[in-house]
Write a protein that binds this ligand. Sequence first.
Ligand code: SF4
Ligand code: URA
Length: 225
Amino acid sequence: MIEANEEEALGVIANEVKVCQKCRLGKTRTQAVPGVGDPEAEVLFVGEAPGYQEDQKGIPFCGPAGKFLDEMLASVSLDRDKVFIANVIKCRPPENRDPEDDEKNACWPYLQKQIEIINPKLIVCLGRHSMMRLIPGQASISKIHGKPLRRPDGRVYLPLYHPSAALHNGSLRPVQLEDFSKIPSIIEKIQKSDQITPTSQESVPTAEVKINQEGKDKIIKQKLL
Ligand code: SF4
Ligand code: URA
């Protein structure tokens, strides 16, 4: 715990983000988008970067993808007030281009601090970019979407397709709703498993996950929930 009051600590970060010029996106943005929600949320949703609407309003996921995200949240009786929603990149890349590596690296400490302060039990990675930053290796999202993983930091991560994927490819919509429907039982499992202290690292079950790094398949061990 770095500061007594989570809301205040998040406010400090939001204020830094709003005037940040650590990368070139600071020059082209209209407004930075630090994130919104419950400072003590159990679930943190992390998207990629603000789009046009978000850049105009300073609020994450307030455009078409956000509408679908709200619908999925409602389908599991969650809403924006009960969770926290942020992005890996806090300023909109021009024309919604992919963020560059130096921009991602410059912005990363903000999300790291937000994670530390909110201390969520579950981090839902919305889309490939969020997954690549928050879950090591570059497993393809088509292989690991909907599968929760406990990482060495003790938190559980759930990679999901990005909400905008269903807007481009309607056949993904039921898949996304199905993945989302697992969130309440995952939270319940985390709450139960948090009451059990593993006697050693080995007592935590692991699974082999195939990841693709620069075209080469590699098998890594990931802890299972
Ligand atoms: Fe700063 Fe992040 Fe915005 Fe770059 S994208 S200017 S690092 S807040
Ligand atoms: N897409 C994202 O990844 N984040 C937003 O905030 C909006 C759209």
